[in-house]
Design a protein around this ligand. Sequence first.
Ligand SMILES: NC(=O)c1ccc[n+]([C@@H]2O[C@H](COP(=O)([O-])OP(=O)(O)OC[C@H]3O[C@@H](n4cnc5c(N)ncnc54)[C@H](O)[C@@H]3O)[C@@H](O)[C@H]2O)c1
Length: 333
Amino acid sequence: MRVGLVGVGRIGVLHAENLRELPQVEQLVVADADPGRARAIAEKLGLRAADSVDDLLASKPDGIVIAAATPAHTELVTKAAAAKIATFCEKPLAPTVEGTKDVIKLADDAGIKLQLGFQRRFDPGYQQARERVQSGELGFLHTIVATTMDQAPPHADYIPTSGGIFRDCAVHDFDIVRWTTGREIVEVYATGANKGADFFKQAGDVDTGQVLVTLDDGTLGTIAVTRYNGAGYDVRLEAHGEKGMVAVGLDDRAPLRSTEAEALWPAGPAYQTFSERFAIAYAEELKAFVDLIANGGEPKATARDALEALYLAEAAEKSRKERRPVRVEEVRV
Ligand SMILES: NC(=O)c1ccc[n+]([C@@H]2O[C@H](COP(=O)([O-])OP(=O)(O)OC[C@H]3O[C@@H](n4cnc5c(N)ncnc54)[C@H](O)[C@@H]3O)[C@@H](O)[C@H]2O)c1
């Protein structure tokens, strides 16, 4: 099959490397708003580059992977839907709830397959946690602890259009808490802090945030996110229940330092980037997308999942700004 990839920045290059390894992908064509960048990446990886995104779409690939900067997603999915091309899109589909609903309707009306880039659903650790939580092995759940800590901030230009730390970063935790537990988050209480670069504050954003979440069965959870975690890229989840617990992300590369066993564990080196921590998951999500194009079925991460996660991020942002707990129903329209 022929696959197009739009956007060859940090994550687009990673997707290109993974896609070119898949035997079903006979041709991979990349495009970027910066055609020089697309050409350079294509040359480096032995791929073809389209002169423009429109040229790429007009060539009607079997599937399109959207890894362009966030503000471009809505227009790109809209164009892919109009051309009836199966689409994989990095989050978010749109910056607003209304925009997201519009995109979902367009994709539904066009009848295209639309998979979202919630790669944690493809990570073996999260998959096992989900099975064990939902099998009842842990008894009733009482506490979820989710962590997403970037080792260092993205470039300053990324922040003003990112949607803020809850829409850009915690959105993965909102999604994975829903997916792991099979429950819905009904209330959030969020706060944030600025101790790093000024560009976060200037964009109305925070560089560190925390969200206290309540699930529909009464389980409580915390989600901790930051752009500054010198120890490494730290993404973990703990699910604690009446009869047991499971922890995701406690491998030898976990960026943790034990005061009791520093010399023993973890052996390191600590994960530094999302591409190292989720190497398997990023490869698996694209394998699943290619399989979706070839064989049909339902995506494991849908556009509606993106909408649900966005509602939670919206509620968290509202909670942070208004300094009060927010029921998710308040932002559901
Ligand atoms: N799932 C994940 O773990 C994860 C991780 C990182 C980024 N992302 C998402 O991936 C997207 C890209 O992030 P990044 O960190 O790679 O950003 P980046 O800034 O490194 O790269 C973005 C690329 O998109 C290109 N671009 C911008 N507008 C375009 C347009 N209209 N058409 C074509 N190309 C366009 C830019 O020229 C650049 O090459 C973001 O939406 C981000 O939310 C997801």
